[in-house]
Design a protein around this ligand. Structure first.
Ligand code: HXC
Ligand code: NAP
Length: 275
């Protein structure tokens, strides 16, 4: 159902910022399996080391950097280190560092709000701004990892909704500003992806997870392999005219809301009428 699809990224250089766990690491693994040189970055040196070891096991000439995306100089140095290690500019840049916890606005301190906005939105700005100089390959592909929160308002998620909406606007504006440089910029919008920190935080019990799965039109949670397949499709020749897209990879989940309520109401009416 979500088996790895065969892509060929041999000879290509891929850098996944926030790429040491979960969805982003799954994307890094996908590109490694497809033959790419893959670099990953995140804060924890232990996570960086483990991710690099895992990517090497897949045959990639992997490299890792420890950095915090909130620190612009560190992000800039990270790009320089990746370029120095591979001796190559970047074909595919994935920006996916994020933080999340469910909390109502009035239960968040100013620092709590700032932490998430700075990681998700300011971090994206930093990665884009520092990354542009390294995206000199023809057909370079940039993917920002968004979330349904970007276009669906959700209680307990004002910080994430606002930050991810900003991320998608960065994607859309840069697709215009960077098109003439031959750089494509897109967002992928994951749905509920199994075995990830994000789902553990937002859907922490089996009951809640089952309710989430039930709300997905395709009837299953996504996997990190689904995310990797989508990232490789968009970054491959098959995606060479795709830019400025905000692409859900979610089994139809983000259509949600009023539309799903309407479906439920109609089915209830059908039942009452004995249809
Ligand atoms: C209220 C909270 C809180 C909570 C933390 N804070 N958790 N406030 N409710 N549940 C507050 C802290 O008290 C602190 O404020 C401030 O947030 C910063 O916390 P720190 O731990 O000091 O910050 P930092 O080390 O920078 O960590 C950032 C973090 C952390 C976001 C808080 O959780 C983190 O590093 N997360 C990264 C991993 C992650 O979140 N992955 C999931 C991504 S999923 P004070 O005022 O006390 O200093 C995702 C979308 C999923 O993004 C969508 C699924 C559909
Ligand atoms: P995750 O495993 O926690 O991934 C977050 C990654 O970002 C980790 O590698 C983390 O490593 C790194 N990171 C966090 N803060 C950072 C910072 N300040 N600087 C540098 N790196 C940082 O979570 P996930 O659930 O897989 O989520 C991955 C992406 O998918 C996020 O953008 C999230 O918003 C999005 N998403 C997830 C879901 C889902 O179902 N899980 C749904 C929609 C969208 P360190 O801790 O070492 O820094």
């Amino acid at each position: 159902m979500s088996a790895p699809v065969s892509f060929d990224f041999s000879g290509k250089t891929v850098y996944v910022v926030g790429g040491t766990s979960g969805i982003n690491y799954g994307i890094a693994q996908g590109f490694a399996r497809a033959g790419a040189r893959v670099a990953v970055a995140s804060r924890s040196q232990d996570k960086v080391d483990a991710a690099v070891a895992g990517l090497k096991e897949l045959g990639s000439d992997a490299f890792g950097v420890s950095l915090d995306v909130r620190d612009y100089e560190a992000v800039e140095k990270g790009f320089a280190d990746v370029a120095g290690f591979f001796g190559s500019s970047i074909d595919v840049l994935i920006s996916g560092a994020a933080g999340n916890f469910p909390a109502r606005l009035l239960d968040m301190s100013p620092n709590a709000i700032r932490s998430v906005v700075e990681i998700d939105l300011l971090g994206t700005f930093h990665v884009m701004r520092a990354g542009h100089a390294h995206l000199t390959k023809p057909g370079a592909s940039v993917i920002n990892i968004s979330a349904p929160q970007a276009f669906l308002p959700m209680s307990y998620q004002s910080h994430v909704c606002a930050a991810k909406a900003g991320v998608d606007m960065v994607t859309r504006t840069l697709s215009m500003e960077w098109g003439s440089d031959g750089i494509r910029v897109n967002s992928l919008v994951p749905g509920p992806i199994e075995n990830t920190e994000g789902m553990d935080r937002l859907a922490p019990t089996p009951e809640i997870r089952a309710a989430v799965t039930k709300s997905v039109p395709l009837g299953r949670d996504g996997t990190v392999v689904d995310m990797a397949n989508a990232a490789m499709m968009v970054s491959s020749e098959a995606g060479s005219y795709i830019s400025g897209a905000i692409l859900p990879v979610d089994g139809g989940w983000a259509q949600g809301g009023v539309g799903q309520m309407m479906g439920k109401m109609s089915r209830m009416l059908d039942k009452m009428r004995g249809a």
